[in-house]
Design a protein around this ligand. Structure first.
Ligand code: HSE
Length: 307
């Protein structure tokens, strides 16, 4: 059995407009690389971090916290070293902490001969994710670990549903280079919502799931609407309404905040449309003084992969 694994841990889009804290999908065009290595010395050590300035102490790093949770439960007769090559900027809204939290447990599980299934891996990864967002949710972790579109039916006990990915669907992302902390963008949300908004939202979630199962792009377009969270959070993202309008005018099926922002995602029915949407988004932000990155990505149906 190998003593070392190098892996790609993908970025993800949580919420997918109407599915706050439950829906997510996995990206292919951006992700972190990690190396996990078995050591004779027991314990979890983070030995290298490149890309962003993050803590080396395992108990202060999301990859270390998820690794420690799994390590303490399994009590293996070895230790692990973790190297993190970060491409996903922390606070970007495309699952930076989830990629780290998922990568360490995935790598350890592979090196131990896969004792855990994907649900258990997600469970331990949630312990790391909680360090970043101050609450345990799995809507970024589940797509990173399972791939494709996922629905977190329940976080406790954890129950993840894998949803189908329509064949022609592509994602476009714009990441304005500002940081929004998940904890802060959760703090501004209301504790209660009007019944009419709840009715619209759960009708959209159900319709979105049905659209994915039936490759119904027209229904997908009608369902990619968030009447509960977006009205509160969009004020944190400069030019959100202009980007959304431009994306929809360029042919996107829908456009919404990616996770807790500041990234904004759109879904489109072809790669050509996804690229036209990218240009439309770029045009909006290039008129401002905010730096930004954009990506066009197919949906990654595999999730984390060994390199
Ligand atoms: N569902 C979470 C949120 C994802 O929107 O706050 C961010 O981690």
């Amino acid at each position: 059995m190998n003593n070392e694994i190098r892996l790609f841990s993908p970025a993800t889009v949580a919420n997918v407009a109407c599915g706050f804290d439950v829906l997510g999908y996995c990206l292919d065009a951006i992700g972190d690389e990690m190396v996990v290595r078995k050591t004779a010395e027991k314990g979890i050590r983070i030995t290298k971090i490149e890309g962003y300035d993050l803590p080396y102490e395992a108990e202060k790093n999301v990859a270390g916290v998820s690794a420690l949770a799994m390590y303490e439960a399994l009590q293996p007769d070895c230790g692990f070293e973790i190297e993190i090559y970060k491409n996903i900027k922390p606070g970007s809204g495309i699952g930076s902490s989830s990629a780290s939290a998922a990568g360490s447990v995935y790598g350890m599980n592979e090196l131990l001969g896969k004792p855990l299934d994907k649900t258990k891996l997600t469970y331990y990864a949630m312990k790391g994710e909680a360090l970043a967002s101050q609450c345990e949710h799995a809507d970024n972790l589940a797509p990173a670990i399972f791939g494709g579109f996922t629905l977190v039916k329940s976080a406790c006990p954890l129950h993840v549903l894998e949803l189908p990915t329509p064949p022609d669907i592509f994602a476009t992302l714009i990441h304005p280079q500002i940081e929004i902390k998940t904890s802060e963008s959760r703090a501004i949300l209301p504790k209660q919502i009007p019944l009419q908004h709840a009715i619209t939202q759960w009708a959209n979630v159900g319709s979105l799931v049905h659209a994915l199962h039936t490759n119904n792009y027209d229904l997908l377009k009608e369902a990619l609407i968030d009447v509960v969270i977006e009205p509160h959070r969009k004020q944190l993202i400069p030019h959100f309404d202009a980007v959304k309008l431009a994306a929809n005018n360029a042919g996107a099926l829908g456009c919404a905040i990616s996770g807790s922002g500041p990234s904004i995602f759109a879904l489109s029915k072809s790669e050509a449309t996804a690229k036209a949407v990218e240009s439309a988004m770029q045009e909006v932000y290039s008129k401002t003084d905010i730096e930004f990155e954009t990506y066009v990505s197919k949906i990654n149906t595999q999730g984390i992969k060994t390199l």
